[in-house]
Design a protein around this ligand. Structure first.
Ligand code: SF4
Length: 433
């Protein structure tokens, strides 16, 4: 083990919210509003985030506080009032849950076709714990990996965590997954995702990963995780941290590319020495760390934050990968940044970092047709336009073809955009949302 200090993981849930918020000068009404939000959208944090990442002297502006603690603006004011009244009046649990469910259904819980267009069918069976959107990539959602060490307030996968089974994507049918992949040799890359698959013990993770090593057509395995930011001890002193790194080594020794798709939101998450130690250990296993995260209002909507994040992760041997646009779900109205402003932040940060960090692509929308990248704002034939292209697409023929949308300063998502020059569609086969 690399450290004599073995911290134990300790989660905080909505029950602990009042106690945690005692550190912040809030009125009773403000506190109640935050409880109201946490009865609709998920809240979970842990002692590491609270004690090591949040700078309590900077709360409520502190970015990691905003990243993990509810804020009143995350829901429309009438919804906050309604939930606050129910909580203040000690309404029965069933009534609170009914009201919360109604509000959730208005928050577009599964955007971009996740519950219909992306679910593969194999031998007459819908494989609801898999997503197959792009020909060469399949996402696997292990049943035991559908929580996180802490929840991000802006999470686009929030329906996984609200205890509503119908909203959840998950599988433990490892045999069906293997059978599907054998029947689809075009699938070269598997993304194990969640939630956060690294909340699972190594033993359980191994049950999902090992069978993939027996499928020759699978050439790369990615693990989507925020554990480096929210619980880096997963890679250093946890009981099975060494086993996890052995598993990584086995994947690499099989001749496959193993990528830890590490979700980082703000450079503050990189400051504790344990994160650096965790990254070193992961890299020593032969895995590549690729970093991605969304641009979110009030947390990281500045070029300073992104330039530092990309430069620092590069220094630590990781590869900046995507800057995402906040998805059209949940509290997007609160955290979303207009595409025009988002691109200006991206460009400003990109211009400041070394060529090594310019592996990053963005801002990128994971939209219905695919991953749409905003390349910039330009004037073409006298019209102000957004220039865009698809990095990934359901229809591979659309990948890499430039297209133009009429400039709209307030647009926050692909569906807000209209084709430029009065055209009826963006490209043959690519309609407006
Ligand atoms: S780590 Fe990812 S899945 Fe988990 S709460 Fe954050 S955004 Fe959502």
């Amino acid at each position: 083990m690399s450290s004599a200090h073995h911290p134990r993981f300790r989660a905080f849930t909505p029950r602990d919210l009042d106690g945690l918020l005692r550190r912040v000068p809030l009125t009773d009404d403000q506190r109640l509003a935050l409880r109201a939000v946490s009865s609709v959208l998920p809240f979970r944090t842990n002692a590491y985030v609270v004690d090591e990442l949040i700078d309590w002297s900077a709360v409520p502006e502190d970015p990691v506080f905003r990243l993990t603690f509810p804020q009143a603006g995350m829901l429309p004011p009438p919804d906050v009032r309604r939930m606050a009244d129910l909580l203040a009046g000690d309404a029965p649990r069933a009534e609170i849950q009914r009201a919360a469910h109604e509000i959730r259904m208005r928050l577009n819980p599964h955007p971009s076709g996740q519950l219909d267009a992306n679910v593969p069918v194999h031998e007459g069976q819908r494989l609801t714990g898999l997503q197959h959107k792009y020909p060469e990539t399949v996402l696997v959602f292990p049943r035991q990996g559908q929580t996180c060490h802490a929840y991000c307030t802006y999470c686009f996968r929030w329906p996984q965590f609200v205890g509503e089974a119908d909203l959840r994507i998950a599988t433990d049918d490892i045999a069906a997954t293997g059978s599907y992949l054998r029947a689809h040799p075009e699938v070269a890359s598997i993304l194990v995702t969640g939630g956060d698959p690294l909340v699972m013990s190594t033993e359980v993770l191994r049950r999902y990963v090992e069978p993939l090593l027996r499928i020759d057509t699978v050439r790369s395995i990615r693990i989507g995780t925020k554990s480096l930011a929210f619980w880096p001890y997963r890679f250093t002193t946890d009981r099975d941290a060494d086993d996890l790194l052995r598993l990584f080594e086995e994947v690499v020794a099989s001749g496959r590319h193993l990528a830890l798709m590490a979700h980082f939101t703000h450079p503050q998450e990189l400051r504790p020495p344990v994160v650096r130690e965790a990254m070193r250990r992961v890299r020593d296993s032969g895995a590549v760390i690729r970093c991605q995260g969304p641009l979110v209002a009030g947390i990281n909507d500045s070029a300073d934050a992104w330039a530092e994040l990309w430069e620092e992760t590069t220094t630590l041997g990781a590869v900046p990968y995507y800057q995402f646009v906040e998805r059209d779900t949940g509290p997007q109205g609160y955290f979303g940044v207009p595409l025009a402003r988002g691109h200006a932040i991206f460009r400003d940060a990109y211009a400041r970092v070394s060529g090594l960090a310019r592996t990053v692509r963005g801002p990128v929308m994971s939209a219905m047709p695919g991953k749409v990248c905003v390349d910039g704002v330009a004037e073409v034939a006298g019209e102000k336009v957004f220039a865009l292209h698809l990095i990934q697409a359901r229809d591979p023929d659309l990948v890499g073809r430039p297209f133009f949308a009429a400039y709209d300063e307030g647009a926050t998502w692909f569906t807000d955009l209209k084709p430029a020059f009065g055209a009826s569609r963006f490209l043959p086969g690519l309609e407006a949302g």
